[in-house]
Design a protein. Structure first.
Length: 93
């Protein structure tokens, strides 16, 4: 009986640890995505009226910004079309 209880408690703690790790990974992924957005705004800030870094730094960072540039161009294409914006937000294609 004691061994059964020990096994159940061990299983419970392992499961709760996996859930906690999954939540932690989710939080870190969200934070990474937000930091990428901030990085994109800092590098491409001149497009939205913010001061931008020196040109040579921006040009050195441009290869790293391919995904953000593509996303920005898609947002420009759908800026005046609310239904298209909704579909792109919901990833309906």
């Amino acid at each position: 009986m004691l061994r059964f209880l020990k096994n159940k408690l061990t299983l419970f703690f392992k499961t709760s640890e996996q859930v906690a790790r999954g939540k932690a990974v989710s939080v870190i992924e969200t934070e990474l995505e937000e930091l990428e957005h901030i990085f994109g705004i800092l590098v491409l800030g001149s497009y939205v009226g913010m001061p931008s870094p020196p040109v040579h730094i921006s040009l050195d960072l441009m290869p790293l910004m391919e995904r953000e540039l593509i996303m920005m161009m898609e947002k420009i294409d759908t800026a005046n079309e609310p239904i298209a914006q909704l579909f792109s937000t919901l990833d309906i294609g």
